[in-house]
Design a protein around this ligand. Structure first.
Ligand code: ADE
Length: 276
């Protein structure tokens, strides 16, 4: 049974190194440049974990400028098997209230200026192959189940699934866009889950996300108010922190050999260069 190591990408409001025991900072370089910040390596309930602040610890990096490839590469490079992340989102559904958590199960990609693959064909890339990864299921089902079960045990307001639309940002959506996303059946809107989830798949990492609803996007609230978003974010961050602290020992109890092998096989069967 392989030992797990869990990467935690803290979104806005969740990047507190204090959640780790014996946290030490590690500066990492990757073939794609530097990640958003140092990695902080330590333990939670005796389980090896690595914390990375998606926007940098001072929250200085906007969603389009995050080096998603470097972030995922860095976590893979230090030996992570899993990545669990938090993300602030706007709700597109009446029943998902600000303050609720959603263990998202799919995404709609509305980004347009981000590097979204390691296999980009550029001369400097260490990856020369042409790879087409499946994105169903988009998130690790077993990690999602553990997150859901743990959130319920803790009595947190949690929804079992939902699709998130990732927009390019940094602006919020127009009302017409917000209504289109609703018609498309999406539950939430944010600015960062894509391409992070896709790169994690290419890297063979078991990735799951906890979305925190911080507002009803403008379809309902008229204007998305950053003050309100930040207020709800702070309240929700505590819930996600509690959830992560409780789920990590549960993840470590499980045998993940099958899931990790599936990831490896998926990459093998998605590599057009190797197959043809
Ligand atoms: N993050 C938090 N709220 C959001 C919203 N309404 N749209 C996009 N990203 C968000």
């Amino acid at each position: 049974m392989s030992k797990v190591k869990i990467g935690i990408i803290g979104g806005s409001g969740l990047n507190k190194p204090g959640i780790l025991e014996g946290g030490t900072e590690k500066v990492v370089q990757t073939p794609f440049g530097p990640p958003s910040d140092v990695l902080i390596e330590g333990q939670i309930s005796g389980v090896d974990c690595v914390l990375l602040a998606r926007h940098g610890r001072e929250h200085t990096i906007n969603p389009s400028s995050i080096n998603y490839r470097a972030n995922i590469w860095a976590l893979k490079d230090v030996g992570c098997t899993h990545v669990i992340v938090s993300s602030a989102t706007g709700s597109l559904q009446e029943d998902i209230k600000p303050g609720d958590l959603v263990i998202v199960d799919s995404f709609i990609d509305r980004t347009f200026k981000r590097e979204n693959t390691f296999y980009d064909g550029s001369p400097n890339s260490p990856f020369k192959d042409v790879v087409h990864m499946p994105m169903e299921p988009a998130f690790c089902s077993k990690t999602r189940s553990l997150l859901l079960e743990t959130a319920r045990d803790l009595g947190l307001p949690v929804h079992e699934g939902g699709s998130v639309v990732t927009i390019e940002g940094p602006r919020f959506s127009s009302k017409a866009e917000s209504n289109v996303f609703r018609l498309q059946g999406a539950s939430l809107v944010n600015m960062t889950l894509v391409p992070e989830v896709c790169l994690a798949r290419e890297a063979g990492l078991l990735y799951a996300a906890v979305a925190m609803a911080t507002d009803y996007d403008c379809w309902r609230c008229g204007v998305v108010n950053v003050v309100e978003v930040l207020k709800n974010l702070r309240a929700n961050a505590k819930k996600v922190e509690k959830l992560f602290l409780a789920v990590i020992p549960k993840i470590a109890e499980q045998n993940w050999d099958n899931e990790l092998k599936c990831m490896k096989d998926m990459l093998k069967y998605s590599n057009q260069t190797q197959i043809s």
